[in-house]
Design a protein around this ligand. Structure first.
Ligand SMILES: NC(=O)c1ccc[n+]([C@@H]2O[C@H](COP(=O)([O-])OP(=O)(O)OC[C@H]3O[C@@H](n4cnc5c(N)ncnc54)[C@H](O)[C@@H]3O)[C@@H](O)[C@H]2O)c1
Ligand SMILES: O=P(O)(O)OC[C@@H](O)[C@@H](O)[C@H](O)[C@H](O)CO
Length: 386
């Protein structure tokens, strides 16, 4: 079995590629980072270490890589011959790889009608649907009809914290032991992919929202408040009692939405929240605040981890003050090594927090959420001074 995986980065090598290889696939990574591509082709294997209460080391073998910038033809051929295609490149990058995927699928279609699934594993609701839409921009109407019959783009949710790696080995990855990969059964064409630990479900929305509005909301609030306090890692930030209290309250807010909307058991959900806070505290991992805070414009988007749950809570008559504080902290995120943070802080300086929310979060100045965020600015300033 052959798998093509776009993105040989943290989660690509540390979780998805590792799981595919351990399930018996030959894994071909497609990336644009020449250092990673060269090292993968030279060694054909790399080390993944699960670090938690126990330590588990795995050697991942039967891997290779293609640089799609310099060797597009090879990338197209690899997609055409694959039994499964997956991605973890960042939601913003999906439109940039769609043309190449379309070309590979077109080539494959000339040889066979056997179904193939392309699973986008990005942190966003509906990443599979977005990728399908982007791929379809590169095909004709006649091709589209066949594409629809042969190629599945199921939505999926992936959860495993993989920090930036700072060891000498460019391929070795340290990951947390917790992992989850859930795929929407309805979007799969043909047989479900045979991947160890991958679960297919009939109704994905509760799982995606539970993960995005708990793990990623909590992570984002921790990162933006940590940055506001001059803290550099998630572990240090969550160990700060005032930050932990706000994160817990923000997760109680999203938790009330999730329980109400999807019928999760309140006790089980409270335990899920505690488990996640424990994952942020993992003392064996050092996760940079700037990794988790990255791309603040994406994270402030109307369908993303902060604004989407806050708006839904307001529509249900609630006042999500702690989420609003997290949003205020995101608006204050001005790390100069992050292109989106630079653009965001220029907008905030020019148009105010409310102007930035109108521009990036799809809100209007009269929105209750905008009022709530502006109200939290004093609380943020007090935290920054501590
Ligand atoms: N790291 C995590 O904890 C984690 C967990 C779950 C989901 N995710 C999601 O997975 C995705 C990747 O995250 P990451 O942390 O691994 O990021 P990363 O930056 O470590 O990896 C992304 C990789 O994609 C490559 N890439 C960028 N543009 C490309 C292109 N045009 N073609 C091919 N490759 C390209 C980069 O060179 C890099 O190697 C994101 O959507 C993220 O939200 C991450
Ligand atoms: O990848 P992002 O930028 O959407 O979010 C940053 C982190 O919250 C994220 O990568 C988590 O580590 C991951 O989603 C855990 O499963």
């Amino acid at each position: 079995m052959r798998a093509v995986h776009f993105g040989a980065g943290n989660i690509g090598r540390g979780f998805i590629g590792a799981l595919l290889a351990r399930s018996g696939y030959e894994v071909c990574f497609i990336d644009i980072d020449e250092t990673l591509v060269e090292a993968l082709n030279e060694r054909r294997s790399y080390r993944v270490v699960r670090v938690g209460a126990a330590r588990e080391e795995m050697q991942i073998s039967n891997v290779r890589a293609i640089n799609s910038r310099t060797d597009e033809e090879c990338a197209v051929a690899a997609i055409a011959e694959a039994d499964l295609v997956t991605t973890a490149v960042g939601a913003n990058v999906l439109p940039l790889i769609a043309g190449l995927i379309a070309e590979g699928l077109r080539r494959r279609m000339r040889e066979t009608d056997r179904p193939l699934n392309v699973v986008a594993c990005e942190n966003m609701i509906g990443a599979g649907s977005l990728l399908r839409e982007q791929v379809y921009r590169h095909v004709t109407e006649a091709e589209k009809e066949r594409f629809q019959r042969i190629f599945g783009f199921p939505n999926a949710v992936v959860d495993c914290i993989v920090p930036n790696q700072d060891g000498e080995d460019p391929l070795a990855v340290a990951v947390e032991p917790y992992h989850e990969w859930i795929v929407d059964q309805a979007g799969i064409l043909g047989d479900p992919p045979a991947v160890k630990d991958m679960v297919c479900v009939k109704e994905l929305t509760p799982y995606v929202e539970r993960k995005l509005y708990t793990v990623n909301t909590g992570h984002a609030v921790t990162a933006y408040l940590g940055y506001a306090r001059g803290i550099s890692t998630i572990q240090e930030a969550i160990d700060e009692p005032s930050i932990r209290e706000i994160v817990r309250k923000a997760l109680d807010e999203t938790g009330s939405l999730l329980v109400d909307k999807h019928g999760f058991d309140p006790g089980a959900h409270a335990a899920y929240i505690e488990q996640i806070i424990g994952r942020f505290q993992n003392p064996h991992i050092s996760d940079d605040v700037t990794r988790v805070a990255r791309s603040p414009i994406r994270k402030l988007g109307p369908k993303d981890r902060l604004v989407a749950p806050a708006r839904q809570l307001i529509a249900r008559g609630k006042r999500p003050e702690n989420l609003a504080l997290g949003i205020a902290a995101a608006l204050a995120y001005d790390f100069d090594g992050d292109e989106e943070a630079v653009r965001l802080s220029q907008t905030v300086k020019r148009d105010g927090m409310d102007g930035a929310l109108c521009k990036y979060a799809g809100l209007s100045r009269e929105d209750e959420l905008v009022r709530l965020v502006l109200e939290q600015a004093d609380r943020l300033a007090a935290l920054q001074k501590k």
